[in-house]
Each structure stands twice: as C-alpha cells, then as structure tokens.
Design a protein around this ligand. Structure first.
Ligand code: GTP
Length: 598
C-alpha cells in the first residue's frame, strides 16, 4: 500500500544551527534538484530570506529516496524558520507531519529555541529524530551535546545522527533513520476528504494556492470542494506537489502533502487552519486547526501617498494569506491620514511585513513606533484595550494601567549570569528561577514587561554575553505598572503618531531624549519649529529646530556635478519617506525615534 512508503517530517532547530543547509544536502542526495540548479539555502526562495540569511517562511517539498531496504520512499520535507517571531510557521508545519528532525549545533548545544521548537513537536506527538550538526567545527563537542539533549530535553539521543550539513556527512544515515523511525501516515483513502490548510499564497493567475496535508480521502481536479469553516465552495483546477518547483498530479491522497488550486479569487474566504472537504461526500467534523496567534506588538502602517490606501488594504489581505500571524484593521491618524493598525509577533516580523509589502506590492510606507497592548482600568469600572498610545484615555479617567509581561527563558554560559541579571533588572525584570543545565551553562528565567524586551533587549543581551545567550519568551499575564503617556508637540500641535507610553520613572528623561532626537531628525524648514514633550498638560522638554537659510548644495565647493546630483537625489529620496504633519515634514526615522533607548 502506497502510504507505507510516505514519510512527512519538518526540520526544526534554533536559529543558525543549520536546518536550511541540511535541507540542501537532502535535496542533493535525493537528486531532487539538478546539480546545475543547486544553490545554497535553496528552500529560502524569498529574496528577503536570501539577503538576510534567515528562513522566514515554511517551505514544503516532495522528494524521493531509494532506501537501503530497496524501496523508494516519498518524503515530504518542511523546512521551518528558527527565529522566535516565526514560531507560528513551525507549529503549522508540525501539524502536517508525523516526525520532526531536530537539528542541534554540535558547538552551541541546546538553545532556547531548540527547546521551544521541540516542545511544539512533542505537543503534536511527533517522533523526534535528533541530529547533531556541524561536527566538522573544531569547537564541536558532539558527546556533550548528546548528553545535553538527553538531560535538558529529555529524549533519547543515543542514536542521534552525527552530521555536517556543510561537509555532507551523515546525510544518508539521517534519511535511513527517517525511514525507520518516522511513522508512515495513516488515513482511509475512501473516507470523506479532510485536508488541513497549513499555508497559502496568492498568485495573480491561479488565485489562492492552498498548501495542504491530506488526512483522509483523496482530492483531484474537477472535484467540488468546501472550506469547512468559511463554508465557501470551489471547483479544483489543479493539485500537485512542490519538488521544489510545482509538479501537477492526478490526485492527492490521504497521507500526502501538496497544493490545491481552485480559482479562489476571494481572498478573505481562505484561512490557514481550515479543513478542505468534498461537497459530494463531506466530512462531518473539521480538523482541529490552529490556535489564533495573539500579536505581541502593534504599529501603524500608512502609505506615504494617501491615494494608495486601497492598494495597501489589498496588499495586506493578500499578504495575510501567506502570513497567517499578521493582523490588521483600519485606523486613522490626524498626523498620517488613513492607514492600518497592524499586529505582529515581534520586531523582526514587523520588519519583514513592511519589506514584503514594499517589495511584493510596490508600496511606500511609513510605520509608526510599535507598541504593546495596554489595559486601562477606567474610573467607571470598565477596561479599555489600548493598542495605540494615542488612544490612551485622559489621566483623570484612569484608575490604573496594566501591561503585558512575558516569561523570558535565557540560556547562557555561567560566566555571564551576572551580566544577564543586571540587564534584566535594569529592564524592570522580576527574577523567577535559575537552573544549571550542566557544569557550565545556566537557564535563567525572568518575568519581564513585554515592552522592555521587544525592542532592543535581544541585541543588548547578545552584546553583554559576547553572543552566547539565547532567548525565548512567551506571554505570561498582565500586571499593573505605573505608566504614563507622553505626547510630542510639533509647532504647538500634538502629533498623535508620536505619542508613547513609558514607565513614570523614565518618562521625563525619555521625553527629553526624544525631543533632542527629533530635533536632529526633522529637517529644517524656512520657519522655526518648536518641539515639546508633554505628560498631560505638563511640558517636560522643549527644544527648537531653527529655520534654515542655505541650500544644502551650496556647501559643496568643489562644484563636482556628480556629487551635487547625488546629494540632491539623496535629498529627494529622503523626502519621499516623509509625511507632512501640519506644516512640518517628518521623516520615517522620526516615527521610530521613540524606540531607541540609551
Ligand atoms: P534559520 O533558517 O535562519 O533559522 O537558520 P538555519 O538553521 O537554516 O541555518 P543555515 O542552514 O542557514 O546555517 C546557518 C549557518 O551555519 C550558515 O552559515 C551555514 O553555512 C552554517 N552551517 C550549516 N551547517 C554547517 C555545518 O555542518 N558545519 C559548519 N561548519 N557550518 C554549517
């Protein structure tokens, strides 16, 4: 029977432990990709992924492996991202698989996202196949890492594959272990169709392309399908697999991972996590699907050109198909006009969304400084969720403000524990526990305000531990804090998009810092621009941008026309990323200024 020879697995790991490189070697060894078409990190096919050297999207491929037992196996491999902001991609991938290949760096050992990802896989009852990678490194200590996997994760690592994805060592052994250890999928071919949508993407020609794992039944072109939660119905135009380029198939059957197209143009009807069934013989119950993601931060996204508002909405809808964690709703700002309040899983996610909107949809955007969601407890006994600092109610009507706290797990060599604790404490962290993982490494847990961790905490953590610390965090609860809103006034007018929330203790200092920063960032104009920071009615900082006198180009004495042109060009480009707020032109950087803490 066909299913006996299918293996569905994801590759998971902490960032940079070598998943994508390992996937490359597997593609090569199975001749899935022609030698001449092979390139590094082949499955990271988005430009953004290649430029940044990170995986952002899950990617499913089918490959055939002729095992030592003489049979040819159909593997469905899903490469996943390692960064905490994209763990939703990991959990969706895992739900389509029976096994997970867990890659651990032989020199780094178990890190924070190794644990987080392996727990996700264990939650789904997946078979874990551990791989100790990078054994070619001089600093590799595979035996210690093997012990760490057993002690810290608590899984058997006695047969862990020792591999070097770079040097191509251990790849065949890994494939043999996948055959031997990962269970074959089950599921009746004759049962009503149930296929889980784990990803989707919009294609201008084919409409929405659904990535699915078929759990029961079969699906083929011409079939009438229904999306069980949305209720919408379509006729299948094509089914197939990616290998890694799309290959049409006559049908997809229970146990397989592939794609379905059905001329779906109405993008709001498709949701990741929904179940596809057949109209003629529908399943009674949908598959469990996924839990909704709760955004960690919110920011405003505005087109620099107000006329592009509708384009931005369409782009967000299309992007959401491919980025299920993205949330958005319309918002308007006095300063910026019409735009969207968008929810993200973290700063990297926000960055990626902005870049994808600009590149894939040809938009130019202004983003406001991200903010966490605050809960304002009002004097009348109600609670208001505040996703945008400028929506914070007047001080007089607020009884208290609560902010989200996370449980932060930091793994670090014991020498750096002091530095880590100092950093956490300075960010209002509350110590929870500390455990020794082995003789030299410690797992430190702090409860911290999300607002203190989300922006530059990771960079600070890395620099204070010479890059050795790894971090994972999850939302914990809301706690009351002494918070205040700080408003920024330009030319005497409050700019809603520049308001921010701060702990009272730091508020005046932050107000002064930001006024100074804005003075540097906002270009001079032919009139004076006063900048003020205010808490309620109290002005806590004041500075002034002087009126300009000279043309910038007059500074260039050489008269080099090339340089002059470049300077004017730079000025022009800079200007494009500006929004006029009243009479003042405010550049993109200024909206982010409130993030930078010194
Ligand atoms: P993300 O997808 O961003 O989470 O990273 P990843 O886990 O996919 O890691 P990737 O494959 O991009 O590899 C990270 C870095 O480690 C790259 O510079 C690789 O060249 C390197 N690398 C991967 N495998 C090996 C190995 O076996 N030995 C050595 N020395 N380097 C390796």
């Amino acid at each position: 029977q066909h299913q006996r020879y299918i293996r569905n697995f994801s590759i998971v790991a902490h960032i940079d432990h070598g998943k994508s490189t390992l996937a490359d070697r597997i593609l090569e060894l199975t001749d899935t990709v022609d030698k001449r078409d092979m390139q590094d990190q082949l499955l990271d096919n988005m430009d953004l992924e290649r430029e940044r050297g990170i995986t952002i999207k899950l990617n499913a491929v089918e490959l055939n492996y002729k095992a030592k037992d003489g049979h040819t196996y159909e593997f469905h491999l899903i490469d996943t991202p390692g960064h905490v902001d994209f763990s939703y991609e990991v959990s969706r991938s895992l739900a389509a698989c029976e096994g997970a290949v867990l890659v651990v760096d032989a020199a780094q050992g178990v890190e924070a996202q190794t644990l987080a990802n392996v727990y996700l896989a264990l939650d789904d009852d997946l078979e874990i196949v551990p791989v100790i990678n990078k054994i070619d490194l001089p600093s590799a200590d595979p035996e210690m890492v093997r012990k760490e996997i057993e002690d810290v994760i608590g899984i058997d690592a006695s047969e862990a594959v020792l591999a070097s994805a770079k040097a191509g060592i251990g790849i065949e052994e890994l494939l043999e272990q996948i055959v031997a250890k990962v269970p074959a999928p089950t599921g009746e071919l004759t049962a009503p169709l149930r296929a889980l949508i784990f990803d989707s993407v919009y294609d201008d020609y084919r409409g929405v392309v659904l990535s699915v794992r078929v759990f029961e039944g079969t699906v083929k072109p011409g079939d009438k399908i229904r999306l069980m939660n949305s209720g919408s119905e379509y006729e299948v135009t094509e089914v197939g697999v990616n290998s890694p380029n799309p290959i049409k198939r006559d049908m997809l059957m229970a146990g397989e991972v592939g794609y379905i197209t059905a001329s779906i143009k109405d993008i709001t009807e498709t949701r990741v996590g929904d179940t596809v069934t057949a109209v003629s013989n529908p399943a009674t119950e949908a598959l469990p699907g996924y839990r909704e993601m709760v955004p960690m931060v919110y920011a405003g996204l505005y087109p620099t050109d107000n006329a592009k508002y509708v384009d931005l909405r369409e782009a967000l809808e299309k992007l959401k198909l491919n980025d299920a964690a993205l949330e958005f709703e319309p918002e308007s700002s006095q300063a910026l006009g019409f735009g969207f309040r968008c929810g993200f899983l973290g700063m990297l996610h926000m960055d990626v969304v902005q870049e994808r909107l600009e590149r894939e949809f040809n938009l130019e955007l202004i983003t406001t400084a991200p903010s966490v969601t605050y809960h304002a407890n009002l004097a009348d006994g109600t609670q208001k969720k505040v996703e945008n600092p400028s929506d914070m109610p007047e001080v007089a009507s607020i009884r208290s403000i609560e902010e989200p706290f996370v449980k932060a797990t930091i793994m670090v060599p014991s020498d750096y524990v002091g530095a880590v604790m100092e950093l956490c404490q300075s960010r209002r962290g509350q110590f929870v526990t500390m455990d020794y993982l082995d003789d030299s490494r410690v797992n430190v847990i702090y409860k911290m305000p999300l607002s203190e961790i989300i922006f530059d905490f990771f960079d600070k953590l890395k620099s204070s531990t010479r890059g050795y610390a790894s971090l994972d965090y999850e939302l914990d609860d809301y706690q009351e804090s002494d918070l205040v809103k700080i408003d920024i006034l330009l030319n005497g007018e409050k700019v809603d998009a520049l308001s921010f929330i701060s702990h009272r203790q730091f508020a005046e200092r932050r107000g002064r810092e930001i006024a100074t920063k804005l003075k540097k960032l906002i270009p001079r104009q032919n009139f004076e621009i006063p900048i003020q920071a205010a808490i309620g009615a109290k002005i806590v900082a004041r500075t002034t941008i002087k009126a300009y006198r000279k043309d910038v180009t007059s500074k260039i004495h050489t008269g080099d026309p090339d340089r002059r042109a470049k300077l004017l060009d730079k000025q022009k480009r800079g200007k494009e990323r500006m929004k006029s707020v009243g009479t003042v032109n405010v550049p993109q950087e200024a909206f982010m200024a409130v993030l930078q803490t010194d």
